[in-house]
Ligand binder design. Sequence first.
Ligand code: GDP
Ligand code: MG
Length: 215
Amino acid sequence: MDKYDKLFKIVIIGEAGVGKTNLLLRYTKGEFNENSRSTIGVGFGYKTLNINNQIIRLQIWDTAGQERFRATPSAYYRGSHAALIVFDVCDKKSFIKLTSENGWFQDLNKYTSLNSTKILIGNKIDNAAAREVTTTEAKAFAETNGMKYYETSAKVDLGITNMFEELANIILNESQKQVETNNDTIIKSSTNKSKDLPPPLNLTYTEPPPTKCCK
Ligand code: GDP
Ligand code: MG
């Protein structure tokens, strides 16, 4: 089992059919499924990156198609460091469903912390002739809501690696800022009491050995 320094949970959300499962398959396995039915999800996939000599493991969650019923449970979002909100640039409805009242973006704000990173993704840019959402309008929505905007194609593998790598860097920076803030708070609160500082926070995550279960 490979070791890593940090594990980041990333969730993918958006309407059925926008390409969430294929974005995950493309990034983690280099695969694309032309005929995948929108009800099929893969649970989650992993990708391991080396950033500044730190081994970063991305655990990327995919829905199991429950988005068709607007029933993505809060547990799906729990503990996530980042969320990818995906729409199909060739399907205006999938964009409106993100931005509308009770849409994906509102869901996300309900279930995730303010600190969690949110990224907007317009997928299927290979299909330029069928485009219904412009880069300008998507970017405007992203900026208004404090998100970065990326355009991708799972089909021809465009923009995906770059997007995930930038995202991993953002999460890593955020997590380091939080460690510094936490350490700062501990140092400040302990200076009056004792010269002995508490041990530094150890945020290194090592995967536990697999448990052998009973029959
Ligand atoms: P999900 O329901 O959001 O998980 O969407 P899927 O990944 O199952 O994809 C739905 C359909 O869109 C499938 O037929 C895919 O082959 C197709 N699809 C996914 N990504 C792309 C893409 O980047 N370009 C094109 N042209 N089709 C895509
Ligand atoms: Mg899917």
